[in-house]
Structure formats: C-alpha cells, structure tokens
Design a protein around this ligand. Structure first.
Ligand SMILES: O=C(O)CCC(=O)C(=O)O
Ligand SMILES: [Fe+2]
Length: 318
C-alpha cells in the first residue's frame, strides 16, 4: 500500500482570535473543509509551550522506565483507566481483540473540591515522588490544549452555521483527557498479532496531537489511502472523533487512524493525544438546523457519558 504524506492545511489560531471578519471567514473555511475532506488539520499559533511538551516527554520517559510494580501503584481498578496508569496491552481497538502495544497515563480535568462533577471525575493521580515535574508540565499542556480545542470548536460551529459557542460550551469543565503514551521497543514487549495502535476512530469530539517523538501515526484518507502524518516539533494535528461526527449527523466524519509498528525492534515512541470531551450530561443530538429538508437523524440522542461508557466497554477498558 502506498505510504505518502497528505497535503496538509495549516490554520493559525491568531487569524481567528485576532483577525478581521475576512481572516475569520478564511480560517473557518480552511478548518471546516479540511476536517470534512481529509479529516484533520494542522494548528499553528497556539499557546502550547514547547517547553511543556518537552518537559512532559522527559517526565513520561522517567515514569514509564519505573519498575512495573511501582507503575501499578497508579492503576485505579474499576475506573476504566480514567486517571493514572493503564498497563501494556490493556486497550484494544473495537475490531481487534489483541491488545495494543502500548501503556499510558491519563490526566483528567482538575476541578475544585466543591465542584458538582468532582465525584464523578475522581482525582488526578500524580507520580510526584518518583517524577517531580510530571504534574506541572502535563497540567500546563492540558490547559493549553483545552484552550486551543475551544477555539477550534468555535470555528467549526460557525462553519456548520451553528451558534459560535454551541460546541465549545460543551467542553467547559468537560471530561477531556490528556493521554501520555509509551510504545516500548518491540524487542522488549510484544503480543502476537499486536500493533502499536490498531485502526480506530477516537470516541471524543476532536483530538489534538502535539508532535510525537517518532513517526508511526497514519490517517486513513477519504480516498481509502493510509498516509503518514508526522508532525514537526511545535505542530499540533487536530482530527475529528465520533462524538462530533454523531452530533453533526456525519457531516464531519470521524477520522480513522492507527500507529504502525516500526521497522526497527529497538524503536521507542511517546505521544500525547488530547481527547476533547463534553461534560457528561451534554446531549449528542444533531441540531435541527443542520438537517437538509427530508434528511433524517441517523442517531438517537445520547448523553456524552452514556456514549463514553458504551465505547469504553467495546475497547476493553471497563
Ligand atoms: O500515538 C499516537 O500518535 C496516536 C494514538 C491514538 O490514536 C490514541 O491513543 O487514540
Ligand atoms: Fe486515536
């Protein structure tokens, strides 16, 4: 199968945030068309600090190098891996029973103690004793990525003719997750028939990916061709997930992607996707204004929480 690179559009956030009406209209068109036609876009002009990306990767290397029994102190049984550590091989794509060749850590929304969603979300865990600096860098990344996602959702709503804040408001105090992934060397850890990340669509509204430490990420184009998307340092790749696609009656299809195994058995990879989720009670239900005359809704309304639970069961996390 040919491996080529997409002709990727890049949007600059400042064009939308600070530009005049024409700049904003251009931004909205490029972003929306890109999501619709290729399933993803590159984002520049964001507030994600490279020092935090690099600091978080350093912290991740230190954490995943710890003995398995130390890492497992940060495993929360029965939580679906919502916070803390999830061991190697636990998650599998919904169509592949073999576990993915990865272990990961989830940072979730930090809320004040008296927030009504605090009990449902639970507390973040921090390996501060073993890896000082882990919390500072990953939390800073979480906030900057969440902010960036909010702007992209404002523009996407306008692209679809919806009120500007209609999608972005869904993610305020949302159940978003920063996933810090370690793909060990295949020489060290391998499962027969396993791949780093088998082909899947993300569950959430949109996903933001700061550049990974190595190649491997591929997106399936609407033309059925897999293409590499190796972001450069400082770049962020955004793509569409199933919640968005469902909410807009497939007008923006979710993006199928995978992480292929490397040629070298020694290659190690780290990545940090940010999965942008609504608050649990938010209803995924296509607005009537998006439907053409005679077009039926393809999906029953469902809350973001019910949809998340359904999908976590399918991928083996609960
Ligand atoms: O590691 C990557 O680059 C992407 C990982 C991914 O697609 C996921 O965890 O959902
Ligand atoms: Fe993914």
């Amino acid at each position: 199968m040919p491996r080529s690179t997409f002709q990727v559009e890049t949007v600059h956030l400042s064009q939308f945030r600070e530009g005049n009406a024409r700049d904003r209209a251009d931004f909205i068109r490029v972003l929306g068309d890109s999501f619709r036609h290729t399933g993803f876009v590159k984002v520049a002009g964001h507030q994600v600090r490279q020092a935090d990306v690099e600091g978080a990767y350093e912290a991740a290397k230190a954490f995943f190098a710890l003995p398995e029994e130390v890492k497992r102190r940060y495993l929360v049984p029965g939580s679906g891996g919502a916070r803390g550590f999830t061991p190697f091989g636990s998650e599998h794509a919904k169509d592949n029973p073999v576990g993915d060749l990865k272990e990961f850590w989830h940072v979730g929304q930090e809320l004040p103690a008296d927030h009504p969603l605090k009990a449902l979300y639970g507390d973040n865990l921090w390996p501060e004793v073993e890896v000082p600096g882990f919390k500072g860098h990953t939390l800073a990344l979480y906030r900057a990525l969440e902010d960036c996602a909010g702007t992209l959702l404002e523009a996407l709503a306008l692209y679809l003719g919806l009120p500007e804040r209609s999608l972005a408001d869904m993610i305020v105090d949302g159940n978003s997750i920063l996933r810090i992934i370690h793909y060990p060397a295949l020489r060290d850890r391998y499962l027969e028939g396993g791949v780093r990340s088998s082909a899947h669509e993300d569950i959430n509204l949109i996903t933001l990916l700061p550049a990974a430490t190595d190649s491997g990420l591929q997106l399936l184009g609407r033309d059925g061709t897999w293409r590499a998307v190796d972001g450069l340092a400082g770049e962020i790749v955004a793509d569409a997930g199933d919640m968005l696609s469902r909410h807009v009656n497939l007008k923006i299809p979710s993006t199928t992607h995978r992480v292929v195994n490397p040629d070298s058995p020694e290659a190690v990879r780290y990545s940090m996707p940010f999965f942008c989720h609504p608050r649990p009670e938010v209803l995924l239900d296509c607005p009537e204004s998006l439907l053409e005359p005679g077009e039926a809704k393809r999906f029953e309304p469902i809350t973001a929480h019910a949809f998340l639970l359904q999908r976590l069961r399918e991928i083996g996390l609960i």
